[in-house]
Ligand binder design. Structure first.
Ligand code: ZN
Length: 159
């Protein structure tokens, strides 16, 4: 029995699958970091907020424009680590066109995923599921949640 035969077992296959998924997620995070979606400023935002994460030096400026109850435009600018910027980019991609109630629900799912609560990444999160690994890195939680802190405050301030 050689070592290579041992590697064909089911548990190792599952490990290989998991590391493939993690590699894919890593790619997705870097893709959003290098080519941020909805990056820029709005001419007439309804709400504009800046949030900083002094632990890591991350800054996010989030701008929202509403059409009634709908998030018509969601833009951001910022600087900092890949997790903070990718999370902001994914947020804008995911929430553009959503109602405030839908946005709040996605925010709730995402926050629980980052904190490692609930039954794992939710389908409704789309690309945001790539950040599931942050649950194991408490020091990076503020990075992943920075744009969402801005969103929570923005939704609360717009009535
Ligand atoms: Zn950071």
């Amino acid at each position: 029995m050689s070592a290579s035969d041992d590697r064909k077992g089911a548990p190792n296959g599952a490990d290989a699958h998991r590391s493939n998924v993690e590699a894919l997620y890593q790619e997705l995070i870097l893709d959003h970091y290098r080519r941020p979606r909805n990056r820029g400023k709005l001419e007439h935002p309804d709400v504009a907020l800046r949030k900083k994460n002094p632990l890591c030096g991350d800054v996010i400026d989030l701008q929202l424009q509403f059409d009634g109850d709908t998030l018509r435009e969601v833009r951001f600018t910022g600087e900092g680590c890949a997790i903070s910027q990718a999370s902001a980019s994914m947020l804008t991609q995911r929430l553009k066109g959503k109602s405030k109630a839908e946005a709040a629900e996605i925010m709730d799912h995402f926050t629980r995923m980052v904190h490692g609560e609930g039954g794992g990444p939710d389908e409704s999160l789309g690309d945001l599921r790539a950040l599931a690994g942050v649950a194991r890195l408490p020091v990076r939680h503020p990075c992943a949640l920075l744009a969402w802190d801005a969103l929570a405050e923005a939704l609360g301030s717009h009535r």
